[in-house]
Ligand binder design. Sequence first.
Ligand SMILES: [Zn+2]
Length: 445
Amino acid sequence: MKCPKCGREWTTFIPPFCTCGAELEISYDYSKVDVRKWKNRLSSVWKYRELLPPVKRMITLREGGTPLIKARISEKIGIDVYIKDETRNPTGSFRDRLATVAISYGLPYASNGFIVASDGNAAVSVAAYAARAEKEAFVVIPRKVDRGKLIQMMAFGAKIIRFGESVDEAIEYAREIAKLNGLYNVTPEDNIIGLEGQKTIAFELWEELNPTHVVVPTGSGSYIYSIYKGFKELMEIGVLEEIPNLIAVQTDKCNPIASEVLGTKKKCTETKALGLYVKNPVMKNKAVKAIKESKGTAVIVNEEEIMRGEKLLASEGIYAELSSAVVMPALLKLKENGFIEKGDKVVLVVTGSGLKTGEGGKEKFSIGPTKIEILRLLKEREMYAYEIWSLLGKPLKYQAVHQHIKELLELGLVEQAYRKGKRVYYKITEKGLRILQNFEDLENI
Ligand SMILES: [Zn+2]
């Protein structure tokens, strides 16, 4: 990859902007691409390999090729609506498309391992694909993360680093750790290679339906931009005349991209749709350009509407995470304001599974310093709550320690060992030891 402005060569990773300030975009020799070859290949991201970076070894779990399902709501609103069910990817989200390309491409440069900053789904995907490649994965995630995603990351053996309130802060931190430790950074805001995988959804939609509108939940803006790039490449090849209208959905709590498109006042506080909680999206300009050039728009939905969206999708038989459920209320708004009408073919992209939220609904867990200390104590020997409280030697109420132990039990990091009279003795579990190991490894790097 050569910078079009200064000619600098980028090989190991490709940032969104060159050091000279020019915007970098990966391109191919489109005149050589014959899309007829795609017909006889297995559905997967790699089906479109002519339009993907060359890799020596493919790390794949058969991601992509997700079903496109006609939505029941079509009859009710009199418009053809389809759901692109990205929850069917190997780890349950669209980010597997990113991970398969980023990990396969980065493998020769990742002798020390991979790192990614993410609010959840990308961290899970990178953890899974790095495990498959027998490489270490470091994931930097904000303090609040959906519990199901955390459990997935742990299962894949990722080294988990909690940092900052929203993903923006995690991105900067990951950049520093990557430099210090020679890790291959696959954070999409710092390395656009994975977006090449994400764009393949556009090829699938074109093959299956050739939609007029595509509705995309938007946090960092990387997915809507990738989709735009995919459709634009089909135009370059000469098989598509017009890019479908791309529609970004954000929430009334956090809407840096939608507010820019709609010319409304920007807000950004925490939303239930955690995946859409990105304060300063690095890809904002690219996302806005994708929306404007495709003659699309943006829709803002509120927290109540998100909950209704979850139910509406469930009535279609799809259990989506709240960050994806926003597409349903957005659809109704688009119909109401006349942006879509009879004759259109509308695709709703459901980006991630509701199972990722974790059982018990919307609780958010965090493993902070006190929990780590409790785990350290229990690694030494089995103890009862009062003992733990007195050994912690912190100005903490006994009740607070009790609450920490309760959460550790629910996270499966601690379990009851035995009872002696009224005393319950606790011990650390295998999973707890693994988490503790993660933190200790990190302190040593
Ligand atoms: Zn340059």
